[in-house]
Design a protein. Sequence first.
Length: 389
Amino acid sequence: MTPRVALIGANGHGRWHRRRIAELQEAGTVELAALVDVRPIEPGPDTAPHFTDHHEMLRETAPDVVIICTPPHTHRPIATDALRAGADVLLEKPPVLSLAEHRALIEVLGETGRVCQVGFQALGSTALNEMRRSIAYGVVGTVTGVATVASWQRDDAYYKRSPWAGKRSVDGRPALDGALANPLAHAWMQCLAIMDGDRPVGVELERYRCRDIEVDDTACMRITLASGRPILVAVTLCGEEKIEGEVIVYGTGGRAVLEYPTDRLRLPGDDDFRALPGRVDLLENLIQHRADGTALIAPLARTEPFTAVLDVLNSAPEPAFLGGDLVAEQGEKPARIVTIKGVNAALRQAAERLALLSELPVPWAVGPHRVRLTATPESGLQITEEPVR
């Protein structure tokens, strides 16, 4: 029987899911059961019953799979409702915003026997898998550290796209809609995937903002793994020329670089990047899992290290404000762009040296917020009260 799929959050980024569902429906892989959004649903390539309340939709349509593309602070309760209604779930990233929410959702999976795939679509990349295989074969020698660097731009309109845009919390619940948690989350999730099995034990975090927002638009973060190896994250939404997003694996025998948004890879000995197109679609992977038990690419359990690091943002100080002569403005609202002068060179240097911005000659850098992570078999990863020294 063809699985019936419902989409909660049909507008905004949900339109991407609608196009994908339409393609899979045309191929006979799925059937669209319903669309849900609190706002009038925008025209799209699909025809299905529309709802404004997901509870009503679950009662009336009983879908087999529910895709959740709503604000992150609503993910856990909506996913819980869908799972308890008997559906499997494809949950957009970030899946949840705290370890407490992660554990609560894992418990629901155990209670219901359902599964939850998380929308880290870059984990299905052919290029990522080739990089991991090459590293396992020793092409970079012994891995000594990993870094990611990305320099993007977002205009004023981006921070007006929704009530939770640029917010640290909404109605008393974490939202964390900054560079680290939302658009550039894929960058450091790729790093964690490459170092899979080497759990985080410490986080050092520096956050900055150039706008009137509550979260980071620029950040530098170092994650220390149990092996002692670092993951260095250097990202901005206030960039100069664009750096698409590079994941750099350093080793005793060289380095490998993955440009993850474009699925291009450069290994030791390569003169330039090689395109390795192709990604396993996460909805198709979930449907295949339901049919024959094919392993999920991004099961919720795999994202625990990501959520543990993300949870540090909940207790972190407010981002340091950068203004005055440090920044430049281009264009007029709502298309105005704000850039930090020299930020690309600073981020590149941080990634190259696996160093925080405050450890480099960057005059506007501030000292990091440091936190230790511990793990037990009973409760998994957790943030301890004692900061890293």
